[in-house]
Design a protein around this ligand. Structure first.
Ligand SMILES: NC(=O)c1ccc[n+]([C@@H]2O[C@H](COP(=O)([O-])OP(=O)(O)OC[C@H]3O[C@@H](n4cnc5c(N)ncnc54)[C@H](OP(=O)(O)O)[C@@H]3O)[C@@H](O)[C@H]2O)c1
Length: 267
């Protein structure tokens, strides 16, 4: 049985993907940062699909320093086929975590740490998916994260660009199939916090499920729904990716280059 770990699976697109996967016989590990929402989500899926195989992992992405030890404890002895980095947040008011803008922590720093921590548990044929958005910014400016002039949507767009860059970085430096996906526009908590309650219900979203099932996906690519597309120029710029990784190393103390080297030797 294939095992898929989905971050932010307690609602919206992540939850819908978990439902489709359980119905198809996958085991799904539901990640969330609210214990009662994780329980509600698991009960809802079990009510729909009594034979569903479900696990869970509780991990607050605001508390990025504890992510590695949580993942090591929770995944010990398990092997993962697919990691879906789906969790995301928009902070309308400026908030900082250890002096770092909170959206950058939640959407970039924590998924980066989470992914590095999950790598040893991925099967050699594993996939890593970064759920990004077609509203990712073409004008990425990492200094924005330090600006007191809090343009929260621009910051969100910037974090979605960083996620695409990270998917390319992991595709170049690990043996796994790593790619990014814009899942389509759906009514969800995150979507509604910016655009209001409108659009297609997230229970209609089958894009991530299709990408998980597909044998055809190409590592390093950006997909707009299920089609290969071209992302913002910057993500293809090695210098930009290097600057992003240096920033992540400075903020997290994770030397991903060293980690990935030792990791590929171990494989
Ligand atoms: N909906 C769209 O139209 C759309 C379009 C393009 C891209 N996307 C992308 O699709 C992905 C899923 O979003 P969605 O639309 O389905 O929104 P959603 O329903 O709000 O899902 C976001 C998930 O992330 C979790 N999360 C938020 N802050 C967190 C934190 N600090 N620590 C851990 N988990 C946290 C949420 O948990 P709680 O609910 O408990 O806070 C929730 O499970 C995101 O990456 C988003 O950028 C969505």
């Amino acid at each position: 049985m294939k095992r898929v770990l989905i971050t932010g699976a307690t609602s919206g697109i992540g939850k819908q993907t978990a439902i489709l996967l359980c119905a198809k016989g996958y085991e799904v590990i539901i990640h969330g940062h609210n214990k009662s929402k994780i329980e509600l989500c698991i009960n809802e899926i079990k009510n729909k699909i009594p034979q569903a195989h479900l696990g869970s992992i509780y991990c607050e992405f605001d508390e990025y320093k504890s992510i590695t030890s949580i993942v090591q404890k929770e995944l010990s002895g398990q092997q993962i086929d697919v990691l879906v980095n789906n969790a995301s947040h928009i902070n309308k008011q400026r908030r900082e975590i250890d002096g770092i803008e909170a959206t950058f922590v939640e959407n970039v720093i924590s998924p980066f740490i989470f992914t590095c921590a999950v790598l040893p548990y991925l099967k050699p044929t594993g996939k890593i998916i970064f759920v990004t958005s077609n509203c990712h910014s073409n004008y990425l400016n990492l200094d924005l994260m330090n600006s007191m002039d809090h343009d929260y949507f621009q910051i969100y767009e910037n974090t979605k660009t960083c996620e695409i860059a990270l998917s390319i970085y992991f595709s170049e430096n690990t043996p796994f199939t790593c790619f990014s996906v814009h899942p389509g526009i759906y009514n969800s908590n995150l979507h509604n916090s910016y655009w209001g309650d409108c659009g297609i219900d997230s229970s209609e979203c089958n894009c991530l499920f299709n990408m998980i099932e597909s044998e055809e996906v190409e590592s390093g690519k950006y997909y707009d729904q299920c089609r290969i597309s071209i992302a913002a120029n910057q993500v293809y710029d090695k210098k930009f990716r290097k600057d992003l990784l240096l920033l992540l190393k400075e903020k997290t103390s994770i030397d991903s280059q060293a980690l990935l080297q030792s990791f590929s030797k171990a494989k």
